[in-house]
Write a protein that binds this ligand. Structure first.
Ligand SMILES: [Mg+2]
Length: 404
């Protein structure tokens, strides 16, 4: 039996959740952002997108384009809660559900197809149930691989349902622009265009050896997807390649002690995410942005893999120490890369067990009672800052949510 995958993606997720729970916002151009004056838009409704409001714009930029835009403060718990409930609905069909991000899911329905008339029937039922329960729409793609399902789903947004049968894959891909392949950004698109490649069809006929020479391991990836093949090993593809947090601050920060405290705060957030993903990291990157929007980054590889916020902080703070800041900063970010699953030998390392128990307890308290319930004392000097989770945030299974 051919593998059958569903890709389910909520339409304008955060904005739709807000419109569903506050009826006076329905049909209006709205954008979701954090509470600070300078935080950026993380989501916007279709009514707002029509005017050119995009994720990543500052509130000021967005309001300059559309003064009637309603900016709503994001409510993380509501989005995580709805995500968990959608997850529960999907699990009724099959245990093979992967949460890809807070508003995207993959379902491998191969094993349960005998129970339903067709994959499209499953997709229709799911769309109906999500609309009934949450008053939001989603787009669903059906395909033989995750990527085909994703590209099919994306092509039908919003509120779409697009199924691509195995025999129709070459036809579906033939005229699809290369930039519609997940992971291909502006730079990669340009590089491909230079080679005369503009569509997936063109890409599939290009010799893989040339692609490999030009793009390294990406060459193989591109060639496989353009031919409709699964580029990830079974079950893989969901593991993150890097984990990071960044914050734009209400006021520029020039004070060294405050910068250090903010770095510690970010390092702890990153470490908590690493632990949720059961990953460790060896590469640490510090990002800072000046008031004139110049953005700088410095990275370092530490000697061993870690998921300890203190170790990540030491490395990031060391990076900050090594530069002379030419001005105050408006944004700070800490990202870890070079990730590896927690080693089975980790408990044998001296002190690991004790540290593990401490983090475990801290994570559980914060998960249950909210971010910052317990944290290192240094972070106390940071003013409370309401942040909205990034749409790429992946809630973990034990994330608490209200039971109905
Ligand atoms: Mg979405």
């Amino acid at each position: 039996m051919d593998k059958t995958v569903l890709y389910i993606d909520m339409d304008a997720y955060f904005a739709s959740v807000e419109q569903a729970s506050r009826p006076h916002l329905k049909g209006k151009p709205i954008a979701v952002a954090g509470s600070g004056k300078r935080t950026v838009i993380v989501a916007s409704s279709y009514e707002a997108k029509r005017f050119g409001i995009r994720t990543g714009m500052t509130k000021g930029e967005a309001l300059a384009i559309l003064p009637s835009l309603v900016i709503v403060e994001g409510r993380n718990s509501k989005y995580v809660d709805t995500c968990a409930r959608v997850h529960e609905i999907l699990l009724r069909y099959t245990p093979d559900v992967v949460i890809h991000s807070i508003d995207e899911f993959y379902m491998d329905i191969t094993r349960c197809l005998d129970l339903f008339p067709s994959p499209v029937a499953v997709a229709r039922e799911i769309k109906k149930e999500i609309a009934r329960r949450f008053s939001i729409t989603c787009s669903v793609g059906v395909g033989t691989t995750r990527l085909i399902a994703k590209m099919a789903g994306e092509s039908g947004k919003p509120d779409g349902l697009v199924a691509v049968k195995k025999k129709d894959v070459p036809g579906f891909l033939e005229d699809l622009p290369v930039e519609d392949i997940p992971g291909i950004g502006r730079k990669m698109k340009l590089a491909l265009n230079v080679l005369g490649i503009t569509t997936c069809g063109g890409l599939s006929r290009y010799p893989v050896s040339v692609l490999r020479r030009r793009f390294g391991i990406w060459g193989d990836y591109l060639s496989l997807i353009s031919r409709g093949l699964e580029p990830f090993p079974a079950g893989g593809g969901g593991a993150p390649r890097s984990i990071g947090h960044s914050m734009t601050y209400e006021k520029n920060i020039g004070d060294k002690a405050m910068i250090t405290a903010r770095i510690l705060e970010l390092a702890e957030m990153v470490a908590a995410r690493l632990r949720r993903e059961k990953m460790t990291a060896k590469g640490i990157c510090l990002i800072w942005r000046y008031p004139d929007f110049t953005t700088c980054a410095k990275r370092v590889t530490i000697r061993f893999f870690t998921q300890d916020g203190r170790v990540i902080y030491d490395a990031a703070a060391g990076l900050m120490d090594s530069v002379r800041l030419k001005d105050a900063v408006r944004l700070l970010g800490v990202t870890v890369y070079n990730l590896r699953p927690v080693s089975p030998a980790a408990p044998l390392i001296d002190g690991f067990d004790r540290a593990q128990r401490l983090w475990g307890a801290m994570d559980r308290i914060n998960d249950t009672f909210g971010e910052y319930t317990i944290h290192r004392a240094t972070i106390l000097m940071c003013a409370k800052h309401h942040w909205v989770i990034s749409p790429a945030f992946k809630p973990h299974k034990s994330y608490p949510y209200r039971k109905e």
